[in-house]
Structures are given as structure tokens and as C-alpha cells.
Design a protein around this ligand. Structure first.
Ligand SMILES: [Zn+2]
Length: 248
């Protein structure tokens, strides 16, 4: 209900747990991470408080021109039994921060009716590629390294792009988009793999597309280094009506 009415998604270990076969996941997700755009921050707070949750901590990301981060703030809620972290993005899309994570293993999310996996050919085989952006430029490089170690402890294999790009048809040196057919979208209500169009993406997430590039060395070389980036293609229809209109 909260996911649908606030255009929110669930990512992190819960999304991964839902995606992987049960015999690959001897661990259980410890907490629930909900991602929401800053436009819906009040909406999600009101709905969680109605469910008996209270805010226990709010952490604002430091504005730093050298760090590209789509995270506006993280609000921690608790109802004494369970805790929920709400990650608020500073863009029009809840999902922007997901494409700045430390590795491809965690670039997954679910909405109220769909599951998304950015790298199914790697993720479903417990393989992942590093996104060097948070390691070199993130607010906490130790945290990103610890997260990578946690995944390797759970049997994940870190692969170099040139080992897998022939079989996956994907190369880290090329930007990717959530509407690419290499991504997996599963409609939970009517289980099937679907190739999505910008129209489908708009219906599910309220944006037209999101394009990202993993940070790190250009595939096969160890000299040119690219900054990781994510770029949102937004719905600008309200601009056509003049400056007086604002969504929300
Ligand atoms: Zn490559």
C-alpha cells in the first residue's frame, strides 16, 4: 500500500532475497529499506506513522560538490519490533540511489507489483561487478568496502567485465538504461519476463527512463577511469503548462 501510494520501491537485501533461489540464500534480510523520492517524503512518513512506526533517527547527506549522490536523507523508523530505513532521493525518482551502489549485486528493487534486476545474467549466478564510484568518491569508502566483503563472504564472486562481457553482451564502458532488454522485469501479478518500453517505465515509476554508467576503469584497460553516473529522463509535461504548476 505504502509502495503504491508513494511511488516507493524496496531495495537492499530484501529485494535480493526475493530474487534469488532459496538454496542460495542461507541468510535472512535484517532490515527493510524503502526508497522514495523527496516529493513523497511526507506521504511515506504519514503512512508509516499510521502503522505505528516512529522516527528514531534522521540523517541528512552532506552536500558535497565532489560526491555525486542522489541521497537526500535517510530516515530510520521503528515500531519497537521492526525497523525500517527510508532512503529519500533528491531526484524525481525513488530509484536513483540504487544505481550508485557499490556493486551490481544490489542493483535490484521491487515495487508493489514488479521485481526489477539490472544484471540478471550476473546476479542470478551470484556474480557481481564493482561500481568503483562509492569506493573512490563516496561519503564512506570503508562502508562500501565492508559491503563488498560481506557479499564475498556469502559466496558472491566479483568478476571483471572482460571475463563476462562476451556472454552477457554488456560492457561496463557503455551506459545502460532500465528499459534495456538486458534488465529483468517480472510482473508479480502475472509472472512473466517483459521487455519494457518508456511508456511501461512511466506507468510503473513515474519517470521516462534512468540511464547509468558504472564507475571504474574502462573495460580491459587500467588507465582511463570513468566516474559512475546516473541520469534521469523525467516527465516534463508540467513545464509545458508554464512555471506556475508544481507537482505535489
Ligand atoms: Zn567489458
Amino acid at each position: 500500500m505504502i509502495l503504491r501510494s508513494c511511488d516507493a520501491v524496496v531495495s537492499g537485501s530484501c529485494a535480493l532475497h526475493l530474487l534469488l533461489p532459496a538454496n542460495d540464500t542461507a541468510w535472512f534480510p535484517s532490515d527493510l529499506d524503502i526508497y522514495v523520492s523527496c516529493r513523497f517524503m511526507t506521504c511515506v512518513t504519514v503512512l508509516l506513522e499510521r502503522e505505528g512506526y516512529r522516527i528514531v533517527r534522521q540523517h541528512f547527506a552532506n552536500p558535497n560538490p565532489y560526491i555525486s549522490s542522489s541521497i537526500h536523507s535517510v530516515i530510520s523508523f521503528s515500531n519497537m519490533h521492526r525497523s525500517i530505513d527510508v532512503v529519500v532521493s533528491n531526484t524525481a525518482a525513488a530509484i536513483s540511489p540504487i544505481f550508485e551502489f557499490h556493486s551490481t549485486a544490489v542493483m535490484n528493487f521491487f515495487t508493489s507489483d514488479t521485481i526489477f534486476c539490472a544484471y540478471p545474467t550476473l546476479t542470478l549466478h551470484l556474480m557481481s561487478m564493482v561500481n568503483a564510484e562509492p569506493i573512490y568518491f563516496g561519503p564512506s569508502e570503508c562502508k562500501a568496502m565492508a559491503a563488498l566483503q560481506k557479499y564475498s563472504g556469502r559466496g558472491w564472486q566479483l568478476v571483471a567485465c572482460q571475463e563476462v562481457h562476451e556472454s552477457t553482451g554488456l560492457c561496463r564502458s557503455m551506459p545502460q538504461s532500465i528499459a534495456d532488454c538486458s534488465c529483468l522485469w517480472i510482473n508479480i501479478a502475472n509472472v512473466q519476463c517483459v521487455a519494457v518500453t518508456p511508456r511501461d517505465v512511466f506507468e510503473r515509476l513515474g519517470i521516462i527512463n534512468l540511464i547509468w554508467l558504472l564507475g571504474g576503469y574502462v573495460c580491459g584497460a587500467c588507465d582511463p577511469f570513468m566516474r559512475g553516473q546516473s541520469f534521469l529522463v523525467e516527465d516534463n509535461s508540467l513545464d509545458l503548462l508554464g512555471g506556475g504548476f508544481r507537482r505535489q
